[in-house]
Design a binder for this molecule. Structure first.
Ligand code: FPP
Length: 272
């Protein structure tokens, strides 16, 4: 368990992405499932680079859920290898681009070599102040909530701290503003359940390996079109500062169109 918490994440929207559809994309294009994940990792790189200009300050990517251990051993091995290689090969680039890497989730079941890469990447990029990239590995939103609840009765603020500690998050982050799921399914699959209480949900049929920065731009533009009330009535007066800042940044972007994006309208609530 980590004890040092960074004071704050980079300013901007907190966007979460459930990167789904690698397997189906591979099948459709006559490749192996593992190849689909490799293409998925390539997309991660482009999305990480494209996120800050869109006003995204925190990007949380769902790379491996606790339920993904149920997959065939060969696929799990290949995913673990991919994550290790990604962390090693992208650290330098992240360092140069001001991207702080953090891995959230359980660490005790991961291959030690993956944990070593995670710790190295986190240490080397710790000063990144342009984007906080959180990669969720062996992550379960429900397990995190349970662990925080078992830590004892407490205030909402302390509960959020316990939640961060449960998944080894070093930087406390604001609630999720925008949650995108690729690949056509319309569910949360145990991803940031507490943090997404008032997130705007956006679903696209595009499989993750075919997702582009332009799609992310469309998602952010759609987010800004939503009327977020956080249970109240006057969105302009209650919008969190990160949202106001991101809105200003995207105001100058051309409208990329919605493509395959569709959403579920929600409201919002003040930050925890
Ligand atoms: C879901 O697609 C995707 C995963 C379980 C793994 C996600 C991993 C990556 C995108 C690549 C590695 C990530 C990083 C951060 C380097 P699926 O396999 O369930 O697709 P399907 O539903 O079409 O079968």
């Amino acid at each position: 368990m980590q004890s040092t918490l960074h004071p704050r994440p980079p300013a901007g929207l907190h966007t979460g992405i459930i990167m789904d559809g690698n397997g189906r994309w591979a099948e459709l294009t006559g490749r192996s499932r593992c190849r689909g994940h490799v293409e998925g990792a390539r997309v991660v790189r482009t999305v990480v680079e494209g996120a800050p200009p869109l006003g995204i300050g925190v990007l949380t990517l769902y790379a491996f859920s606790t339920d993904n251990w149920k997959r065939p051993a060969t696929e799990v091995r290949s995913l673990m290898r991919l994550l290790r290689v990604f962390l090693r090969s992208e650290t330098e680039r992240c360092l140069e681009n001001g991207v702080r890497i953090e891995v959230i989730g359980r660490r005790d079941r991961l291959p030690p070599v993956v944990v070593r890469e995670m710790v190295a990447a986190e240490g080397l990029t710790a000063r990144g102040d342009r984007l906080l990239l959180r990669v969720a590995i062996d992550y379960s939103g429900r397990d995190a909530i349970l662990a925080a609840a078992l830590a004892g009765p407490t205030s909402r603020r302390e509960f959020a701290w316990n939640l961060d500690r449960a998944v080894h998050a070093r930087t406390p982050v604001p609630d999720v503003d925008l949650l995108v799921r690729t690949g056509g399914e319309r569910r949360l699959s145990d991803f940031m359940l507490w943090e997404s209480a008032y997130a705007e949900l956006l679903f696209t049929d595009t499989p993750w390996p075919a997702f582009t920065v332009r799609d992310l731009e469309s998602a952010v533009k759609e987010f800004h079109r939503r009327d977020r009330r956080f249970g109240g009535l006057q969105p302009e007066r209650t919008a969190p500062r990160s949202v106001v800042r991101a809105r200003k940044m995207t105001a100058t972007l051309p409208d990329a169109g919605l493509g395959g994006l569709s959403g579920v309208v929600t409201a919002h609530e003040p930050r925890r």
